[in-house]
Design a protein around this ligand. Structure first.
Ligand SMILES: [Fe+2]
Length: 234
């Protein structure tokens, strides 16, 4: 299974503190059925350039991989890119995509999105420069963004939810309803550490397997792989 959103790289953002914690997180993910994890450290354009971020990310990844054994999940490099008005003009934006794909994970602001924001994301999605994936979309439902989300889905914007959306009893029904309607394309642990924000994605996989069956879960994983890898060199 794939974990599409994680902060497992050591000392690169507010996620894992060091290599030891990264190895523990990867071990937990593996025990929860994850064999591919997308590392998505936060990228904030007001703090550093894309190239500076990529250098920091690579240095962190190199340190981690030198400590990894082959039975850990495969790590694909990506970023969780904080949205701001004007992001479409950011130089090198496409370099923040996941692995060799064009998938770009964007974190929207915690508020009702402006018309400008929705239009900018729509235009970016239509430009074919990148394929937009909105991070933990469930967080924004409370801000009356349902209509905007519907519009974005219509423009082939993809949606990622956190495992907690399924794990939490009070949001589970909504999560399954969105999964059934095809509005969820990726699930992420969004794990940051082994204490307050550990990975609990295995629980979400178990719930989906129980409700929808193992074939559904396998088809979902195959679908995700086809998106991640078919976009290669696009
Ligand atoms: Fe995150």
């Amino acid at each position: 299974m794939i974990d599409f959103h994680s902060h497992i790289l050591p000392a690169v953002d507010d996620g894992s503190r060091d290599v030891e914690e990264s190895l523990q997180l990867l071990g937990m993910l593996k025990s929860q059925g994850v064999n591919t994890v997308v590392a998505t450290p936060h990228f904030l354009s007001n703090r550093e350039s894309v190239d500076e971020f990529l250098m920091r990310r690579q240095a962190s990844f190199d340190i981690l991989t030198s400590a990894l054994s082959c039975d850990f999940p495969q790590i694909i490099l990506g970023a969780e890119v904080a949205y701001y008005e004007g992001i479409s003009k950011l130089e090198g934006l496409h370099k923040l995509s996941v692995g060799d794909s064009r998938l770009l994970l964007i974190e929207m602001p915690m508020c009702k999105w402006s018309e400008y924001s929705v239009k900018e994301i729509t235009e970016l999605a239509c430009s074919n420069r990148v394929t937009i994936v909105l991070a933990h979309i469930e967080r924004y439902l409370a801000f009356h963004n349902t209509e905007a989300i519907r519009t974005l889905l219509g423009c082939d914007v993809l949606m990622q939810v956190n495992a907690s959306f399924f794990n939490d009893f009070f949001t589970r029904h909504k999560a399954f309803s969105m999964l059934k309607s095809g509005s969820i394309h990726f699930i992420g642990s969004d794990c940051h550490n082994i204490t307050h924000r550990p990975p609990r994605i295995g629980q979400a996989f178990d719930l989906i397997c129980k409700k929808s069956g193992p074939h559904f879960l396998q088809d979902f994983a195959d679908f995700q792989r086809s998106i991640i890898f078919s976009d290669e060199n696009g």
